[in-house]
Design a protein around this ligand. Sequence first.
Ligand SMILES: Nc1ncnc2c1ncn2[C@@H]1O[C@H](COP(=O)(O)OP(=O)(O)OP(=O)(O)O)[C@@H](O)[C@H]1O
Length: 329
Amino acid sequence: MMMIDTEELTKTYNGRGGCRGITLQVPEGCIFGLLGPNGAGKSTFVKMLAGLHRPDSGRATMLGRPLGRAEARQELGYLPELFRYQDWLTPAEVLRFHGQLGGLRPQETRASAFRSRVRDTLELVGLSEAADRRVGGFSKGMQQRLGLAAALLLDPKLVILDEPASALDPIGRYEIRSLLKQLRGRGVTIFLNTHLLEDVEELCDEAAFLYDGELLASGPLQELLSGTGDNAGGSANWRFRLGGWLPETWEELSSAVGGAPPSLLRLVEADKSGNTLLTARVTDREQAGYLCSLFIRTGLTLYESGPEPNSLEAWFLRMARSRQGGVPL
Ligand SMILES: Nc1ncnc2c1ncn2[C@@H]1O[C@H](COP(=O)(O)OP(=O)(O)OP(=O)(O)O)[C@@H](O)[C@H]1O
């Protein structure tokens, strides 16, 4: 079953920003990463799933039920991006309050079964020792762990986490990663909105990339990185470090190619002294070699040429830059 299934889901703010026409599927039991630069529309999308924004148009189901219905949210755990708990509460009191928000009656949240559930959840997120302290004295990382505890309290089948590790130190991030893997092992589906690409690389089975409100790619992470997916975004697979780049070099290269086989060259970086990094989609080493000879003929210095590492950061930058324009050769 798809835990999240959206079709052309759209939400804008008076016609601007937000996200538009998002069609994506999140399979059961996976960790799914939602990626994209600042302002891409990720939080808007997540807020529609969490029921905080009503879509302008489109259709969606969550946990097999139509989005927007209270039943669709019953088995959902949600950690919002910016949250703050009342300073005077203890973690146990915060969780009791969340238990009631989740539909438990006040007497149920006083029962020993619920109290032991609270203890277990605080232990799971590493907050046992702070269980009786006031939240007002918590560090940002501790607050984030408590937010995670609130999301996990009622044993959700689907957890949506909006930047769950942004305030955590490296040890805290390692612990949260282990926790998320443990949850996946128990069959919980996790939808992660994060800027921490190492976390996505290590954790996620599937991912989607939003840019300027639109979905540019989605699917199994390895397929996206290797550029073999149906919608992998025409990713580049070869890189060239060059010197002697001048403003007119693009034109010179274009006129030098004539009727050469088509390939897409993109300027990734360029500094004032003419040092550049280019990437290209090539079909084989011969084509890469041809481009090397072309650069040399055009008077450039070739410092380095080789397959692009399949890192998520490189993919992220390629995806973003594919929207900022490239020069077809
Ligand atoms: N409440 C709002 N009113 C008006 N515009 C908004 C509102 N919330 C978001 N936007 C706009 O919608 C676009 C998408 O914003 P959103 O917060 O969804 O992006 P994001 O990908 O989550 O960004 P970030 O990574 O910075 O959190 C942005 O242009 C933003 O300015």
